[in-house]
Design a protein around this ligand. Structure first.
Ligand SMILES: C[S@@+](CC[C@H](N)C(=O)[O-])C[C@H]1O[C@@H](n2cnc3c(N)ncnc32)[C@H](O)[C@@H]1O
Length: 396
């Protein structure tokens, strides 16, 4: 039914180990008439069936979503969405106070190139593959049927799809379902309220992957003076204020992020609002004169290394940031430090913190080793899907 792509001899090995990407160099022959976004059947050089995937010209030429010889029709895709929903509903405590979560996490849900997030009654989809983007109608119909309380389904792929699709994208309406006329929603994470603008916000509007780590920060916040660097819309800051922090300083270089942060602070009671201070600055500049007044520091920078080529530079960036924070934090203080770079492994990140502790010449103990939550599942055969790593360290 689907056109075939045949691999060069021995190039089936990574697929037999269930890795979901085929690089262009592994391809021997592409059947005539295959376009970007098409579903293709992948065969070994000897003609053995290997799987189904979406084709796209480029370094990663095929993203595999199925390794078994099945019928790939609407019912197949509906089944994937239903499975993703039921896993979240089984494992997460979703209720009126906790209604922000990731519904589909790309390779982690065997749907490479597809991200679907939920903010209360709003669903935001973001596609990184043309093939998945073409399936958006099926996905949205299935979600609307399964979750009848959903009012909005928005496609936020304008900047994540190839240039050639821009025109098509602008013509089509980004709203796949629009029962209410809004571009933001107040949603809740463990009772902490956030205004999420899915049109102008970063990613799909919020960094959902830090939910459990923000909850942990809450437990360390009572009576503390806290610095939240790279704060975006203030995720960690709001938890800290709600959990009794003495003062919270939130810093980001993006004016747009600081505006979102301030809107979130305004959702808090007046007495908590007074404990909050905003700093619009470059974190790398700010840490050069870091005051020695903080009990807790959060370091959650953007991915310093997006590609293997920039890995060494990224390591230096993480070291600069962490060694400064370790040097200047109050004795007995805690640092919540993160990396969301795929190319920085857990081991390398720990090594970076070790080197930073040596440079800072302080005693450092690891209390928690953190990662992404269950709604961002890791496909064990695709180590690249494990991207978020963090440590809580105590500095004496
Ligand atoms: C991974 S996000 C942080 C998410 C946040 N911790 C949360 O819980 O929502 C990284 C943030 O760093 C900000 N950023 C990027 N470069 C920066 C810099 N040099 N100085 C300060 N902030 C920066 C971005 O605007 C973005 O909001």
């Amino acid at each position: 039914m689907f056109k075939t792509i045949t691999l060069k001899p021995t190039k089936e090995k990574s697929i037999l180990r269930r890795h979901p990407w085929v690089f262009s160099g592994a391809i021997k022959a592409i059947e005539n008439g295959i376009s970007n976004g098409d579903i293709v059947e992948i065969k070994s050089n000897k003609g053995r069936f290997l799987g189904y995937g979406h084709y796209n010209e480029g370094s990663i030429a095929i993203r595999i979503f199925e390794l078994n010889q099945l019928t790939i029709d609407n019912a197949y895709w509906e089944g994937k969405i239903k499975k993703a929903i039921s896993q979240r509903h089984h494992n997460l405590d979703i209720n009126g106070k906790n209604n922000i979560y990731r519904l589909v996490h790309a390779e982690g849900d065997e749907m490479p190139g597809c991200i679907i997030d939920r903010y209360d009654n709003v669903i935001v989809m973001q596609f990184h593959s043309v093939g998945m983007w073409k399936l958006k109608e099926i996905f949205s119909k299935t979600i609307a049927k399964q979750l009848s309380e959903i009012d909005v389904i928005y496609d936020k792929s304008e900047n994540t799809l190839p240039e050639v699709l821009k025109q098509e994208f602008q013509i089509q309406n980004s709203y796949l379902l629009r029962k209410i006329d809004a571009s933001d929603v107040i949603a809740s994470e463990y009772g902490n309220q956030f205004k999420i603008n899915w049109v102008t916000g970063q990613k799909t509007g919020f960094f959902i992957d830090q939910r459990e780590n923000r909850k942990l920060l809450g437990e360390y916040s009572q009576s503390k003076v806290i610095l939240n660097t790279f704060c975006y819309s203030g995720g960690f800051s709001i938890y800290a204020l709600n959990k009794g922090a003495k003062e919270v300083y939130s810093l980001d270089s993006s004016k747009k992020a600081m505006k979102l942060l301030e809107e979130n602070v305004k959702l808090l009671p007046q007495d908590l609002q007074q404990k909050h201070h905003s700093i619009t600055d470059d974190a790398m500049d700010y840490i050069k004169q870091l005051p020695e007044t903080f009990d807790v520091i959060i370091l959650d920078p953007p991915a310093f290394a997006k590609h293997i080529k920039s890995k060494n530079k990224a390591v230096q960036g993480y070291k600069r940031l962490n060694s400064r924070a370790i040097e200047k934090i109050k004795p007995g203080g805690y640092i919540f430090t993160f990396s969301c770079s795929q190319v920085i492994s857990n081991e390398l990140f720990k090594h970076i913190i070790l080197s930073s502790s040596i440079v800072a010449n302080r005693k450092v103990t690891i209390l928690h080793q953190l990662h992404q939550p269950m709604d961002h599942p890791v496909n064990i055969f695709h180590p690249e899907s494990e991207y978020l790593k963090g440590l809580v360290i105590k500095v004496d």
